[in-house]
Design a protein around this ligand. Structure first.
Ligand code: HEM
Length: 460
């Protein structure tokens, strides 16, 4: 069967995927460095072997794809053959069966059920809540300013800020007195989910803390679900999930609501915190960008609270976010199990391999981007209509399994930036040396903490 398939492949002119020599048992020894620097590892091979290459990591054969056409093929055209299988096993242990981990018909049905919660109209309803939480956090920061200045650790503070805003958008009125205890435990879970961890049965202190946090999170979540069912609908994501019905008119059971809530949190929190963190790191090196953003915020929003309609008007702020997501995509690669022997972009791949759309590389591919390594928000000017159709720019992935929270996170990021820029002059520490570091299963974090000084602006 295998032989026949290969004969067929030869006749069809399928080519062999290039890559370093793979030795029996050890694979390619250079790959042992990969877990400490996945991006650098991938980029090195991309420059050497081109837009598709094969490596072996932890005894798995991996085909990495940097060309937009190959990415489109795997994530859209032939998606039934490229599934979120074994590589999502550890995620499944935490989040169970959710829109992120379900495949086939079950995955489609779950996604359909949730789509209304993420429509433009639903996101608009969340804005009042988001802006109120953002204002609370920014005002507390202003209160901390001694002698007129408060210095923050950029990543840590953005993680707290997005946590506060996100948790309130998720749970709305059901939250009440739970806020502090819940955010503490969610911080531990988010951190664990975004780090490389040994399997849960290995008795390390971090594993133990994480398991405790999940148990405590579950207790909180089931309590909140019960309360939200009793209280009836508000504009939170939780109540939208509870109100959602499948094609047969059936609601989600508590366990499924729990799985979806954790999924939204894990998918959304760290990604949004890192978008803001990297934006500041990049902007800090381009001194003209921040004043331009601030002028736009002053012109569009002034000193009032931002509202949903400002999102469309804050075009330059949005361009800066788009450019940040191009150069520092919080999800720089996604992974799929290859189900059946196939060819991607004319190159032969085998059942059981892992295909990795390497978003990071596509976003800096010289065939698709002029001066690709240059941070230049103006490259997105006037490209609103085309920006999401091109497979060379896929920070939220694309196609039928693209990010559900893209609109939510863009609106939230734009409005949070407006709130910060309204209130503070920002002095960002020189961070030319800050590099993105990505351990296995994590998003790229800054190689060292960097500070931002916030000086409250005078009103009037
Ligand atoms: C800048 C922020 C974000 C980025 C860059 C991002 C990126 C992505 C990417 C690349 C995927 C596809 C993963 C894959 O195919 O394996 C994804 C999926 C997903 N994201 Fe996001 N995300 C962000 C924020 C959010 C937020 C805030 C939420 C929730 C409120 C969210 C919810 C989801 C969900 C539910 C999925 C799974 C969709 C499905 O499989 O049908 N994301 N995200």
């Amino acid at each position: 069967m295998q032989k026949a398939a290969r004969e067929l492949a030869k006749l069809a002119g399928w080519r062999r995927v290039p890559g370093p020599h793979i030795w029996p048992i050890v694979g390619n020894p250079a790959a042992l460095r990969a877990p400490g620097d996945l991006i650098g590892f991938g980029e090195g091979y991309w420059h050497r072997y081109g837009d598709i290459f094969r490596v072996s990591l932890f005894n798995r054969s991996i085909v990495v794809l940097a060309h937009p056409n190959a990415i489109k093929y795997v994530l859209c055209t032939a998606r039934e053959n490229y599934i979120r299988g074994s590589v999502y096993a550890s995620t499944r242990r935490l989040i169970g069966d959710s829109v992120l981990t379900l495949e086939g018909e079950a995955g489609r049905a779950r996604r359909e059920l949730q789509q209304t919660a993420f429509h433009r109209g639903s996101v608009e309803k969340l804005v009042t809540q988001m802006v109120a939480s953002g204002a609370r956090h920014c005002d507390a920061l202003a209160g901390r300013a001694r002698e007129g200045v408060v210095a923050i650790d950029a990543h840590r503070e953005m993680a707290r800020l997005t946590l506060e805003v996100f948790v309130r958008a998720l749970f709305g009125q059901a939250l009440q007195g739970d806020f502090g205890a819940l955010t503490d435990v969610m911080e531990v879970v988010s951190d664990g989910a975004n780090r490389f961890m040994l399997p849960p049965w290995v008795p390390t202190p971090r594993n133990w803390r994480w398991q405790q946090a999940i148990a405590s999170l579950d207790a909180h979540l089931y309590g909140l679900i019960e309360l939200a069912r009793k209280q009836g609908s508000d504009d939170s994501l939780l109540s939208m999930l509870i109100a959602a019905r499948d094609a047969q008119g059936a609601p989600l059971e508590d366990r499924a609501v729990r799985d979806e809530v954790i999924t939204l949190f894990i998918a959304g929190h760290e990604t949004m915190a890192l978008t803001l963190t990297w934006l500041f790191a990049l902007v800090g090196r381009h001194r003209d960008v921040l004043p331009r953003m601030q002028r736009e915020v002053d012109h569009v929003v002034g000193r009032r609270d931002p509202r949903f309609s400002d999102f469309a008007e804050l075009q330059y702020v949005r361009q800066v976010i788009d450019e940040t997501l191009r150069l520092r995509p919080p999800v720089p690669m996604v992974a799929r199990d290859v189900v059946d022997h196939d060819a991607i972009h004319g190159y032969e791949v085998y059942a059981g391999e892992i295909a990795i759309p390497f978003i990071w590389a596509t976003h800096r591919h010289p065939d698709f981007w002029a001066d690709p390594l240059q941070f230049d928000p103006d490259r997105f000017e006037g490209q609103r209509a085309t920006r999401h159709s091109s497979w060379s720019y896929v920070p939220f992935s694309a196609g039928p399994r693209a990010c559900l929270g893209d609109m939510f996170s863009l609106v939230q990021t734009v409005l949070l930036l407006a709130q910060l820029l309204q209130r503070f002059e920002l002095q960002i520490e020189d961070c030319a040396d800050v590099k993105p570091v990505m351990m296995l299963s994590a998003s790229p974090r800054p190689s060292r903490p960097f500070r931002i000084e916030l000086r409250p602006r005078r009103s009037g």
